[in-house]
Ligand binder design. Structure first.
Ligand code: SF4
Ligand code: SF4
Length: 334
């Protein structure tokens, strides 16, 4: 629970500092490596060669820099995080400072979860279809069964959600994926694919995507275990089909690449390539020297890690209940 006190204290400090008009990130994402054992069609990362990765000392400096400007949530991803040799030590360092989550393709989860469970607050497992559809999109036969096995074991150890990317090849699968989440007794997060320049282009047709978004919105309204708020789906529909955009606040999320460099302005526009190592710069000055206003009307991606925090409002009771009150209750009840 110690790290939760740190998180709460930092939230108060961040609120005070933001009163001066400074932009302060709340959530950090850190790619631990690019290497992956799967070959997902939409993914540009496994196609990259890993640069020299950070030492534990550098990981510590990076986390300290982020904590000092007010970051409270840290999400690790890759590549496949379980392929990073020092994963356990890195998670321990993070858990002392942040609410810590991990995204995994699930292949190694069943065997490795017990080793890390003490140091992760949340795990996301990528699932893009049920059975053969998942295997085809992930490029490796048997990946669905391995992920299913991992989910069954890990969901008994840590809070866990599926993470699903909507592409041209799975718009008809969204309801089956929700059913699979129910079957596994976990929730599921959805987002729409972003076409990176160095991966296969799999953005769905306008009509099929619209159908999938409305289906998910209906399922959400009827109580399906979907992580995103109904406002997430409404915002994407309103922006991409009705010409009414959402206000993106990419400054709420800071991403750090495997070399410890800050990704600016956001995950999608920079295609996750950083510029300067985070602990070697005056981070608040660099962060606040970006002209963030020009991105407010961007609406090019629907990455939920950006869109959801951008939508959050203390004036929206259902949002405050779902994101804050219910989450706090789950901690108290645990
Ligand atoms: S599992 Fe993740 S990192 Fe690996 S290839 Fe697929 S999307 Fe890329
Ligand atoms: S909407 Fe645009 S600025 Fe916002 S996160 Fe997506 S690509 Fe970046």
């Amino acid at each position: 629970m110690g790290h939760l006190e740190n998180v709460a204290l930092r939230t108060v400090k961040r609120k005070i500092r933001s009163l001066s008009g400074n932009k302060i990130p709340v959530i950090a994402g850190h790619k631990l490596l690019y290497t992956c054992n799967l070959r997902c069609k939409v993914c540009p990362f496994w196609r990259r060669i890993d640069p020299p990765l950070l030492s534990l000392d550098e990981e510590t400096k990076m986390m300290d820099s982020l904590a000092s400007i007010g970051v409270s949530f840290m999400g690790f991803e890759g590549g496949e995080p379980f392929l990073r040799k020092e994963l356990l030590e890195i998670l321990k360092l993070s858990h002392e400072r942040f609410f810590t989550s991990l995204v995994s393709n699930g292949w190694m989860l069943a065997n490795r979860i017990k080793e890390v469970r003490e140091y992760v607050d949340y795990v996301f497992v990528s699932i893009d279809g049920v059975g053969e559809v998942h295997d085809r999109l992930r490029g490796v036969e048997g990946s669905f069964e391995r992920a299913r096995e991992g989910i069954a074991v890990a969901s008994k150890e840590v809070p866990l959600s599926l993470s699903s990317t909507i592409t041209s090849e799975n718009t008809d699968q969204v309801e089956r994926i929700v059913d699979f989440a129910r079957e596994m007794d976990v929730s599921v997060s959805f987002q729409v694919v972003y076409d990176y320049s160095t991966a296969e282009k799999m953005f769905p047709s306008s009509a099929k995507l619209r159908g999938a978004l409305f289906k998910l919105l209906d399922l959400k309204k009827s109580g399906a275990p979907i992580v995103e708020s109904k406002e997430y789906f409404e915002s994407v529909i309103n922006s991409w089909y009705n010409g009414k955009g959402w206000k993106c606040k990419p400054w709420l999320v800071i991403n750090i690449d495997p070399e410890g460099r800050v990704v600016l302005p956001c995950y999608a526009l920079s295609e996750y390539t950083g510029s300067k190592r985070v602990w070697e710069i005056d981070l608040p000055r660099v962060w606040n020297s970006v002209d963030w206003e020009q991105y407010e009307t961007c609406n090019k991606c629907a990455l939920s890690c950006y869109l959801e925090p951008s939508l959050f409002s203390w004036d929206n009771f259902s949002m405050v209940k779902e994101r804050i009150i219910d989450n706090m209750l789950s901690y108290i009840v645990e």
